[in-house]
Design a protein around this ligand. Structure first.
Ligand SMILES: NC(=O)C1=CN([C@@H]2O[C@H](COP(=O)(O)OP(=O)(O)OC[C@H]3O[C@@H](n4cnc5c(N)ncnc54)[C@H](O)[C@@H]3O)[C@@H](O)[C@H]2O)[C@H](O)CC1
Ligand SMILES: [K+]
Length: 224
């Protein structure tokens, strides 16, 4: 099976959007539906969805919208500076606001303890904090949240990559979510290889990226 670095995945993403005209929001929606497909819906009713403000977070918001539409209880916890939200994250954030979604921004100890209480009452946690955009060690409130997720021993699904794991090297950057299942998009990220201990069951799901893009980007990189 082909494996890619986070950087290569971003180049593939960019090629799709810039050269083929497939909007990123379409890839994000496809990604969300592929995570939905891998959730045993009859088992879970109350979801806690933890979102960063990048596209990984956007995936979680889009997934949560589909869960809400299917009658599931979803509470969204947002981590990070909203002013730095990616465009596609913001599109899905606004939709959740418009459908009166239950959103909590974790900026204080008070909201952190609300988060801890919510995960105790939940059936399942969705980890959409960081994906291939993780750039440095996880610290502060992000670390506290991941600690709480891991302490909860709840069933956890990580979107694309367990948050805190470097998608290129497989290194843990400070702390990492311990997932029960990880749904990674289109191609296996190199950092996930052999990481079932942390990522749980790893499922690679295509999200509609044509092979010609992968051949062209990876072919280019192989030539370098
Ligand atoms: N083709 C595809 O594979 C698709 C992937 N999708 C999803 O997009 C993410 C990658 O999104 P990106 O916006 O590049 O980055 P992240 O969301 O992973 O995170 C970036 C976000 O987090 C901040 N950040 C980074 N490191 C830290 C840190 N240590 N502490 C705090 N904050 C940090 C950074 O500043 C950004 O704000 C990919 O994984 C997929 O889930 C698309 O949705 C669909 C196509
Ligand atoms: K994640």
């Amino acid at each position: 099976m082909i494996s890619v670095s986070g950087e290569e995945m971003k180049l593939i993403d960019k090629y799709c959007i810039k050269n083929l005209g497939i909007p990123g929001i379409v890839l994000m929606e496809n990604a969300a539906l592929k995570v939905l497909k891998n959730i045993e819906m009859n088992k879970y009713n109350t979801f806690v969805i933890v979102c960063g403000v990048g596209n990984n977070g956007g995936d979680g918001l889009a997934l949560g919208r589909h869960l809400m539409v299917q009658g599931k209880k979803a509470r969204f916890f947002i981590l990070g500076n909203m002013d730095r939200g990616s465009n596609d994250f913001s599109v899905n954030y606004n939709i959740i606001k418009n459908i009166n979604g239950d959103i909590v921004h974790i900026n204080s100890d008070e909201e952190l303890s609300l988060f801890k209480d919510s995960i105790i009452d939940s059936d399942i946690i969705i980890d959409s904090i960081f994906g291939t955009g993780l750039t440095r060690n996880v610290e502060g409130i992000f670390k506290d949240v991941i600690l709480s997720i891991n302490k909860s021993e709840k069933y956890v699904i990580s979107i694309d990559i367990p948050s805190g794991l470097d998608g290129n090297t497989g290194k843990i950057l400070g702390i990492c979510v311990k997932a029960s299942k990880t749904i990674t998009f289109q191609l296996l990220k190199r950092g996930l290889m052999g990481m079932e201990e942390l990522a749980g069951e790893i499922i690679v799901e295509p999200i509609g990226i044509p092979d010609m893009v992968i051949d062209s980007v990876l072919g280019e990189n192989l030539k370098k």
